[in-house]
Design a protein around this ligand. Sequence first.
Ligand code: NDP
Length: 311
Amino acid sequence: MTDIVRDTVILGSGCAGLTAAIYTARANLKPLVLEGHEPGGQLSITTLVENFPGWPEGIQGPDLIENMKKQAARFGAEFRMAHLVSADLSQRPFALNLGSETVRTRTLIIASGASARWLGLPSEQALIGHGVSSCATCDGFFFSGKEIAVIGGGDSAMEEALFLTRFASKVYVLHRSDNYRASHIMLERARAHETIEFVSNVLVEEVLGVEHKEVTGLRLQHVKTGIVSTLPVTGMFLGIGHEPNTKPFVGQIELDSDGYVVTHDDVHTRVEGVFACGDVQDRRYRQAITAAGSGCAAALEAEKYLEEQGR
Ligand code: NDP
């Protein structure tokens, strides 16, 4: 363990973490940003971002992230390709175990985001990147003129299905019940689209095509009748939600039943000096601009906390 105690460590390098890095770096707190498993977060795997204010023509997600990173580095933020193995937030300063070293810090900003959820079938995992995807905006282009399936019954699934109609000749929306969580407007829009067909009450039993290294179809089971059928599609897109990246914090800070960090007064956790921002604590808006906004708030609160501690 090193003797160095940092003022601020930021966990995650997506929109929330990088905004927190810009603010804490400009406040001369010399933040250390741990880039995590998915450097750049979800924006780094999207294409054109058209709703981030200030870019009238839109900006590519990876470019937006790269710009933010440069901006934070310009003011002295330090970046490290590392991820958190475990954390001890009961001691002061906090101890962060990165596997090869332990970093100590007076404040921690958790901006570790949320990752796409998978069905968990071995055949699905084997075909990721070969017809199985969790990102329509990244991979939709490869399915021009093809028949594909989107899994899920929430807004993510509807959004993906609608987006994929730009490329695919047919988009099946497969949902495990007939009770859709999607908002009325999104559901109606998808239902009204001539390229989209809804199939309710089905579970994906198997993704077919592992031996060919490409998706050739899906084996489905009807949850009410038990009837098994094959849907001949060449792509499967997951739209079944996200998992917050909070495993190292189980038992350390308050998490809700789905694992999201519970915050009060916007970005405060129950542990003084630990703040959370972005998708790891926001299951509602999940937008780049709201993540950036909460990253800014977390940085300002960390700065205020350190000031109160006489730093
Ligand atoms: P949701 O949790 O709303 O929906 C997830 C869907 O996936 C549900 O239909 C769920 O089924 C299904 N599902 C979950 N796990 C499995 C599984 N293992 N196998 C099969 N199906 C599964 O997540 P979303 O990502 O859709 O939305 C999250 C939040 O983000 C919502 O508040 C949403 O409104 C918002 N959002 C808004 C958008 C917009 O306004 N443009 C776009 C995208 C998201 P079940 O209901 O049976 O559990």
